[in-house]
Design a protein around this ligand. Structure first.
Ligand SMILES: [Zn+2]
Length: 94
């Protein structure tokens, strides 16, 4: 991993039990924030495993591959949103 790929999503080949809480992971269509090379992409209606207990999301390697393929080949996006970003500097949080 070179700082790319999903940050809050875990790749697996098949949905198993949640690796955090052991809960049942079921496939749902979700909205996914996907960070790729410093850019943030939002994919909607993505088939993803969602833990029924803690809400952790899991992606199959196949879906992740499709997402990256889209990012690399898609010229026109359905929508583009401006995302405000604020960096907390040292001491600002105090
Ligand atoms: Zn869980």
């Amino acid at each position: 991993m070179k700082g790319q790929g999903p940050k809050d999503v875990i790749l697996m080949h098949k949905y198993g039990d949640c690796s955090f809480c052991g809960g049942e992971v079921k496939e749902e269509r979700v909205e996914l924030d996907y960070r790729y090379k410093e850019k943030l992409y939002i994919f909607q209606n993505v088939p993803s495993g969602v833990c029924q207990q803690c809400g952790e999301k899991y992606l199959t390697a196949e879906v992740a591959k499709k997402i990256e393929h889209k990012i690399l080949t898609k010229g026109k996006w359905g929508k583009t949103l401006a995302v405000p970003v604020e960096v907390f500097t040292e001491g600002a949080a105090a």
